[in-house]
Design a protein around this ligand. Structure first.
Ligand SMILES: Cc1cc2nc3c(=O)[nH]c(=O)nc-3n(C[C@H](O)[C@H](O)[C@H](O)COP(=O)(O)OP(=O)(O)OC[C@H]3O[C@@H](n4cnc5c(N)ncnc54)[C@H](O)[C@@H]3O)c2cc1C
Length: 374
């Protein structure tokens, strides 16, 4: 049986960032991906926003990896010519209760260490975004957008340059604890084979709860069971795409599963509305056209120029959420499982937003865990 040092399950942005961080010519690092290319699941179905870290409870992994990741991502983009734009973002209030909630969000963002946040009055918002209606808003100047494919290509290239192998069409179907590591079983075009590895890093996105279970973790008892939460997007046509210059978000609902349907802009300048948040039992990326009117009316209070006829179904992504519908906040799980009798197994579960932004920091965190193992 082939012996390798580190096996990473999944070539989304997280698995690739981890591989880029850990690859080293002195050890064998393999990334196994069931699809034929990297990033075909959640990592290519996001808003591609470089978040600043306002929303998450202080001290949580979501807050810390996002705030640090925001700065790291801009550095990577500058250095390696990955497409990005620091557009800035507004979170807008349209009634007095929302204005109070904005104050709380501003405090939270500052406590999280988000730079440059500023409260704007309705008049100040009009001066910068004449087509946005709001009583007040938070300006977050360091929020931006990124070419997520370009970021993944960079991580994959860096990992391979440093000696790692990224292997496609290879699904991990078994992980068995053996005396000094794990026997990993893989299904590929040629059949089924196994090898031995010292460390397994589970970056399997929507399947990460099941991959943890393959290794013997009771996902219910561990609190790792994932809930699928779909986010659909509509594009805005009819020449209205240029009517805002920044990302514009509503105040999020308390205990909401997402940040609220908002305006994002992609690097080509196209305007998208989304994502909504709908829990579902199975993976289904179809966009329900019947949502068109609901989408238009949910943003009309702050973007009065939007009409249902402007919207065309665009795409959908699915969040791997630990938080079920109506549940309290759940943080990312990033943990080495020695305490469960599974040393050398590192699980990353529930890596929903802001996972794209946090990817380089999450990779550093995982690298620190590996340092103590091999
Ligand atoms: C609608 C939506 C909008 C979002 N917007 C943002 C945003 O604007 N900003 C932000 O920072 N984050 C955002 N996110 C979150 C971000 O997209 C994710 O956190 C990130 O992409 C997760 O990456 P990943 O590598 O963990 O998962 P994935 O990209 O899903 O990768 C996991 C990989 O594992 C592979 N895999 C699974 N099981 C196996 C197996 N058994 N064997 C081999 N391979 C396997 C899969 O094929 C997949 O390629 C958004 C997410 C969604 C759904």
């Amino acid at each position: 049986m082939l012996d390798i040092d580190i096996t990473i399950v999944g070539a989304g942005v997280i698995g690739l960032a981890v591989a880029a961080e850990l690859a080293d010519h002195r050890r064998q690092v393999y990334v196994l991906e069931r699809n034929e290319r990297f990033g075909l699941e959640t990592s290519s179905r996001s808003s591609e926003v470089i978040h600043s870290g306002i929303y998450y409870p202080p001290g949580s992994l979501k807050a810390t990896t996002c705030v640090k990741g925001n700065a790291l991502i801009y550095e990577l983009c500058d250095k390696y010519e990955i497409g990005c734009k620091r557009l800035g973002k507004l979170i807008v209030a349209t009634d007095n209760q929302e204005v109070e909630e904005l104050e709380m969000l501003l405090d939270r963002g500052r406590e999280n260490g988000v730079k440059g946040l500023k409260m704007l009055s309705g008049r100040e918002i009009k001066a910068v975004e004449p087509n946005v209606e709001a009583l007040a808003g938070i300006l977050s100047p360091f929020t931006g957008i990124i070419d997520s494919y370009g970021l993944m290509r960079y991580f994959a290239g860096k990992a391979q340059e440093k000696g790692a192998s990224v292997v496609y069409k290879s699904e991990v179907v078994g992980i068995d604890k053996v005396s000094d590591g794990y026997k990993v079983t893989v299904a590929d075009d040629s059949g089924i084979f196994s090898f031995k590895t010292a460390v397994v890093i589970n970056c399997a996105g929507l399947s990460s709860d099941r991959v943890a279970a393959l290794a013997g973790v009771d996902m219910i008892q561990a609190g790792y069971k994932l809930h699928y939460c779909k986010g659909e997007y509509f594009s805005v046509g009819r020449d209205k795409g240029g009517l805002v210059k920044r990302l514009v978000y509503p105040v999020p609902e308390r205990k909401g599963a997402g940040l609220g349907i908002h305006v994002s802009l992609n690097l080509e300048g196209r305007m998208l509305l989304g994502p909504n948040a709908r829990y579902l039992d199975r993976i289904d990326y179809r966009v329900d056209e019947a949502q068109r009117v609901g989408f238009a009316y949910s943003v009309k209070r702050f973007l009065p120029f939007i009409e249902p006829e402007d919207l065309e179904p665009e795409m959908a992504g699915i969040r791997p959420k630990l938080q079920g519908s109506g549940d309290e906040f759940r943080d990312f799980v990033i943990t080495e499982e020695s305490h469960r009798g599974l040393p050398g197994l590192i699980n990353l579960i529930g890596i929903e937003s802001p996972g794209l932004t946090g990817a380089p920091t999450i990779a550093q965190l995982v690298s620190g865990m590996v340092r103590g193992l091999i």
